[in-house]
Design a protein around this ligand. Structure first.
Ligand SMILES: [Zn+2]
Ligand SMILES: [Zn+2]
Length: 120
């Protein structure tokens, strides 16, 4: 379990609790509360290779081929704050380039209220 309090000057999250094998919970400064499970977070990795930027397969995909036979459930190996605006998550599949900005996290908040706002 990682927990850290953020710079009170920073907007966005007030408190983040990250359980490596469970998920991430964020209390936002505006009183909103978000909970993300790990699979969801891993699938929403914002890095260029995961988000499919440029439409090219990532190095990992090339190595494993398009249909990897076995994918372990995603788990967090470690996490570190990046400045005042993001956290970098290292996953058990070796992926470590995902920098989850708080803006991105708020955007992908899976709660009903936010899904309604996003129109999905
Ligand atoms: Zn990624
Ligand atoms: Zn929400």
């Amino acid at each position: 379990m990682f927990e850290f309090r953020l710079n009170p000057q920073a907007l966005d999250p007030e408190h983040i609790a990250i359980a490596k094998s469970k998920g991430v919970k964020i209390d936002w400064r505006d009183g909103h509360h978000s909970e993300y499970d790990l699979k969801y977070l891993r699938e929403n990795c914002p890095c260029a290779s995961c988000s499919g930027a440029h439409g090219t397969p990532s190095l990992k995909e090339k190595e494993e081929g398009p249909f990897p036979l076995y994918k372990p459930a995603p788990k967090i190996v470690s996490v570190e704050p990046v400045g005042n605006y993001a956290v970098r998550i290292v996953w058990n599949d070796g992926h470590s380039t995902g920098i989850y900005s708080y803006e991105h996290l708020r955007l992908i908040c899976p709660c009903e209220e936010c899904r309604k706002l996003a129109g999905t």
